[in-house]
Structure formats: structure tokens, C-alpha cells
Write a protein that binds this ligand. Structure first.
Ligand SMILES: Nc1nc2c(c(=O)[nH]1)N[C@H]1C(S)=C(S)[C@@H](COP(=O)(O)O)O[C@H]1N2
Ligand SMILES: [Mo]
Length: 401
């Protein structure tokens, strides 16, 4: 257990340093460095330099070379927002409201009550944006053109959503739980970022309301003071600055469920969300099996040494990674990489493989992960209108001099 007084003291201090829109506007004046034509590295308050995709709302991805540790440090963790009004939440004023037509007794909790009244649990889980690697779809699809850095792995501490919902009492008519955060749009007409979960996923023992990330209070940009952790599902459901949970008897019909974040039915292996499915499509749910070579970097020139260490990460929606295979001949032959420590089935898994090049020149390296369910990565991404679930086998080129 973390000492509560210590927590509040630390939080109060960091609150002064963090901030919402006002700080964001000030930071915009900070020098931006251009490293490549399309890559602008910029610093948000309390963050290290990240790759800026959009400034308002803030969307920043993590450079791949930061994925060299099992847990992504908080100050290197990516930031994704749909709406630009992001209030600076004060611990003392924050309340989580639980209600809805299928909740028996509406409830309001302070951060102190949330931390004190429920069992605290830790889980290692990958936070992965549905649109990670969207920028690699050909032909291009609309939306933020993410590279491979709209993800991060962290150790989360919080309380089970099911324990908190039990406090309000769930009626037999309950179908979904809707989830809302403190941020909102600049214009009244902009739909608030509100999502919903099927009741079964909300009651899953791994679904948490987290207030700590890698042993620290959540950074402002990653959802201070509390956010949802939905292990195995893409991060669109991981609502930051959580303020309202509604247990409801009808399918939630907001824009971010009915229109956005949907995938064609039956094209991907997927979790169920029957109350939100149509004949044609369904909400994105489970993360698909995937991997990333994190070093060396694509296009890098290296001395033609006896051996070159290839490093990467691999993940899926919760079956766990069974193996990663590497090819240096365009996919004709594959050799098994070594998996590093297992932090649980929702964490990514680091891996490495020693490449012994035969000759100098250009060389293409490919990596392919297979999960314990037997699923593995396709050679081409599966087309879908919004560019989600890009999990094609990655190819990098090395120049051996
Ligand atoms: N309140 C709020 N929570 C949110 C979002 C948002 O726009 N507002 N975006 C979601 C999406 S799509 C992603 S990918 C993750 C990103 O989490 P991060 O910013 O902590 O990296 O937050 C999720 N939670
Ligand atoms: Mo996302």
C-alpha cells in the first residue's frame, strides 16, 4: 500500500508543475526541432521530447528507440486526445459519479475513497491506440497518420471496476457501462469523448480504474487522477480523467460508439460486443497479435560485424506471445527469437535475436509474432476504412558497410 499522505503531498507538488490547456499553449512557444521532413520533436510539460502529430488537441507519439525497456517511462509515454479542452483536475475537487438507469443506488466517490475503500491491484498492460501505424496503410486512410509509437507498456495500480460498480448495485437490466472523462470539445457541437463497454468486460476482474502508472500518480497527460485500464482491448476504452460511469440498459448511442472506432465484421479475430454490432460492422475491441523491431532502426548503416543484436517487442490481446520468428531472406526462412521476461499476458514481451550477416550490403529483416491462440501476423495489413489494427509483418532494411 502506498502511504496516502505521501501520495497527496507528491500530487499537490506535481499538480503545480503540470497543467491543462493554458500550459499547453505556453509550451507551444518552446523550440521545435525538425529531425526529418515529417517528424517534429516537441516537449509537452513534464514529458521528454515526443513526436508531435497534432498540437491541439495534443497527439504525441513515442520515438521507437524509447521502447528499449519493459515498461515505458511516464515521461516518454504517448499522448492521445480527441478534444482540446483538457482541464487541470484538482485532487480535492475530483469526483467519480456512478449512476445510470441500471444502477440501483447512484454513488459519488472521492479519490481518497477510491484508494481507501477497495482492494488495490497491479497489472502490467499495453496501452495501444487502435490507429497505431495507420500512417503505413496504402492507399492512405484519413485520421492521424501515426507511426509505430502510439503505444506504451506500463505497470498500472488501481481498483477493480467491478468492485466499484458493485457499490452502486447492478440491476438485472444492465447491458453496458458508459464511460466519460473530464475533457471536452472547444465547440458545443463537438461530441464529448464518451465510450461504453459490454457489461461482461466492465465486470472482468482485470478491468481497473487506475490511479498509478509505473509507481507514480498518473501524469496529467495520461489521465490524472484516474483512468480506465481495459487490458487486451485497444486504448479507445481507456478513458482518462474518468468522471462518470453509467450502468445502462440500452446500447449507448454516442458518436464515438455508433460512428467512430468501428471495424468491418468478421475481418479480424475479435472480442464480442453484440449490443453494438450491425450486420456490417462492430466496435473495435481486442488487440490483434503484433510485433515491432525496436533496434536497430530502419535504414540504419552498421559495420558488417560478426553478429548484430536485433531487439523488439511483441504483444496480443491477452493470449500471450508464444513465439517470435525472424527472417533475413524475405520470408523464405524463419528463425526463432528469444523471448525475455514475461510480465503477464496483457504486457508486451521483449525479444531479441542475434543476426550473423554473411555479406555486406543491404539486408532486409522481418519479424513475426505468434500468440498462444495460434494467431500470427499477416504479410499485408488487413484493409479497413479507418486504418485500425495495422499488424502486418514489419520489414526493416539495414545497410552493412
Ligand atoms: N478522456 C479521454 N480519454 C481517452 C481519450 C480521450 O480523447 N479522452 N483517448 C483514448 C484513446 S483513443 C487512446 S489511444 C488513449 C491514449 O492514452 P494516453 O494518452 O495515456 O497514451 O486514451 C484513451 N482515453
Ligand atoms: Mo486511440
Amino acid at each position: 500500500m502506498v502511504d496516502r499522505r505521501h501520495f497527496i503531498k507528491k500530487t499537490a507538488g506535481s499538480l503545480a508543475a503540470l497543467g491543462g490547456l493554458a500550459l499547453l499553449q505556453r509550451s507551444g512557444l518552446a523550440a521545435a526541432t525538425r529531425t526529418e521532413a515529417s517528424t517534429i520533436i516537441e516537449r509537452l510539460p513534464s514529458k521528454e521530447a515526443l513526436i508531435k502529430k497534432t498540437y491541439r488537441p495534443p497527439n504525441y507519439e513515442t520515438p521507437i528507440h524509447y521502447f528499449d525497456t519493459p515498461f515505458t517511462p511516464n515521461n516518454r509515454f504517448f499522448v492521445r486526445y480527441h478534444n482540446a479542452v483538457i482541464p487541470e483536475v484538482k485532487t480535492s475537487e475530483w469526483r467519480l459519479r456512478i449512476g445510470g438507469d441500471a444502477a440501483r443506488t447512484p454513488l459519488e466517490l472521492s479519490l481518497e475513497q477510491l484508494r481507501r475503500d477497495f482492494e488495490q491491484v497491479d497489472i502490467a498492460a499495453l496501452c495501444l491506440c487502435s490507429g497505431n501505424r495507420r500512417g503505413a496503410f496504402q492507399p492512405p486512410v484519413p485520421g492521424i497518420q501515426w507511426g509505430s509509437g502510439a503505444m506504451g507498456n506500463a505497470l498500472w495500480r488501481g481498483v477493480r471496476l467491478k468492485d466499484v460498480l458493485a457499490g452502486a448495485g447492478i440491476d438485472k437490466s444492465a447491458l453496458e457501462v458508459s464511460l466519460a472523462g473530464a475533457d471536452s470539445g472547444v465547440h458545443k457541437t463537438t461530441p464529448d469523448f464518451v465510450k461504453s463497454l459490454p457489461l461482461a468486460k466492465a465486470l472482468d476482474e482485470n478491468t481497473l480504474i487506475a490511479f498509478e502508472m509505473n509507481g507514480e500518480p498518473l501524469p496529467h497527460w495520461n489521465g490524472f487522477p484516474a483512468r480506465l485500464i481495459i487490458p487486451g482491448w485497444t486504448a479507445t476504452y481507456w478513458i482518462k480523467h474518468l468522471t462518470a460511469l453509467n450502468v445502462i440498459s440500452k446500447p449507448f448511442d454516442g458518436y464515438w460508439m455508433k460512428t467512430a472506432y468501428r471495424i468491418p465484421k468478421d475481418r479480424f479475430p475479435s472480442g464480442q460486443f453484440s449490443s453494438q454490432e450491425t450486420a456490417a460492422d462492430m466496435p473495435i475491441t481486442e488487440i490483434v497479435v503484433n510485433s515491432l523491431i525496436t533496434s536497430p532502426a530502419d535504414g540504419q548503416t552498421l559495420p558488417n560485424a560478426k553478429s548484430i543484436e536485433i531487439n523488439g517487442v511483441a504483444w496480443d490481446g491477452g493470449n500471450g506471445i508464444a513465439r517470435v520468428d525472424v527472417s533475413t531472406d524475405g520470408g523464405s526462412n524463419w528463425q526463432q527469437a528469444t523471448l525475455k521476461q514475461d510480465y503477464g499476458r496483457f504486457s508486451w514481451r521483449q525479444w531479441h535475436w542475434v543476426f550473423e550477416p554473411k555479406r555486406p550490403g543491404a539486408c532486409r529483416i522481418m519479424a513475426r509474432a505468434t500468440s498462444h491462440s495460434g494467431a500470427s501476423q499477416p504479410l499485408e495489413p488487413i484493409p479497413n476504412p479507418s486504418g485500425y489494427h495495422h499488424n502486418a509483418v514489419q520489414k526493416i532494411t539495414l545497410h552493412l558497410a
